[in-house]
Design a protein around this ligand. Structure first.
Ligand code: SF4
Ligand code: SF4
Length: 317
């Protein structure tokens, strides 16, 4: 199964719009939302059944036995995150500052600290059939999507749909590990005959993005035509290139700044990165998002451009 990861330098660039549209166009039976801080791909697929959920355990948190603690302060002196301090003769841990390294437990001479399991988020696995999620084969409500129909007709009829997602609890800091769990859930549950998986990544270049990139076959970067958008894109390219994964670029809302869009094309050209196309600003995107639909359900210029980009992505993969 080939894995396509869709990334952008920051939120609101159109990454989830593309991911949701690609899933729809390809009737993709394996997809995941790795934006665990703010998952929203499921909002484009409101017909999904109630997911199977499970707790996600991040790093442990110290539990301090005040009957044993003598307030010596050794734990406070060793904690480099300043997450534990002695107050009124007892050690107290600030769970928001704690990184769960467990050093305080190790150094406490009284053995007053025990690292306890900590629920840091929730994992969700939606399972359904293609008919339920996408409707009957070959049907799409967008009259402009002839290309989409062709693509769909070429996709062999496979019935199972698996969607893996998760949400991190506020203040939890192990998003990279949770992203790895989301991908593992997808791998373990997807139909082995499925040929393509679409992964909606986290914005930025931090730990969850790196965890998202690992093991993928291709990264599609959705760039924004602005100075900051180009800077974000360049940083993402460097990150993805470090992992040796195939990279492609497209621009969303390209017509809002033609000069910067041209800069993105030049950058792609100079760096031998396939430039897969421009998506114009289209109010239908907002209409689709607000009604829990994919843009390809509504049609319009953005849907047409995304359909063309998806065809190219499949060729590269
Ligand atoms: S090192 Fe142990 S005994 Fe000392 S303050 Fe911390 S928890 Fe209490
Ligand atoms: S687990 Fe680590 S970060 Fe948390 S309080 Fe103990 S030493 Fe500090």
């Amino acid at each position: 199964m080939k894995k396509l990861l869709i990334l952008s330098g920051k939120g609101g660039t159109g990454k989830t719009t593309l991911a949701g549209a690609f899933v729809r166009l390809g009737r993709v039976g394996a997809f995941a939302d790795c934006d665990v801080d703010a998952p929203n791909l499921h909002l484009l697929y409101l017909d999904l059944p109630t997911p199977k959920t499970s707790d996600y355990y991040g790093m442990g948190v110290p539990e301090i036995d005040t009957a044993i603690c003598n307030g010596c302060g050794i734990c406070e002196a060793h904690c480099r995150f300043h997450a534990i301090e002695v107050q009124k003769g007892y050690a107290y841990c600030d769970s928001f500052a704690c990184e769960g390294c467990g050093l305080c437990e190790y150094v406490c001479p009284q053995h007053a600290i025990k690292m306890m399991p900590n629920v840091a988020g929730r994992m969700m696995l939606f399972t359904s059939t293609k008919e339920e999620v996408f409707g009957p084969e070959g049907k799409i409500s967008n009259s402009h999507s002839n290309d989409a129909l062709v693509i769909m007709e070429n996709v062999a009829a496979r019935s199972r749909v698996v969607f893996s997602s998760a949400e991190l609890k506020m203040g939890s800091g192990t998003s990279g590990k949770l992203v790895s769990e989301v991908k593992k859930n997808l791998n373990d549950s997807a139909d082995e005959k499925e040929t393509l998986a679409i992964i909606d990544g986290s914005p930025g270049i931090g730990c969850p993005v790196i965890a998202s990139i690992t093991g993928t076959d291709m990264v599609l970067i959705v760039a924004e035509p602005s100075i900051s958008g180009i800077s974000d894109m360049q940083r993402l390219v460097e990150t993805a290139a470090f992992f040796g994964v195939q990279i492609a670029i497209c621009v969303n809302k390209a017509d809002t700044n033609l000069e910067r869009t041209e800069d993105v094309k030049v950058f792609a050209d100079l760096n031998n990165i396939p430039f897969l196309g421009c998506i114009p600003y289209d109010e239908n995107v907002l209409v689709a998002t607000n009604s829990g639909k994919s843009i390809v359900d509504l049609g319009g210029p953005a849907a047409d451009a995304i359909t063309t980009i998806f065809s190219q992505v499949k060729e590269y993969l």
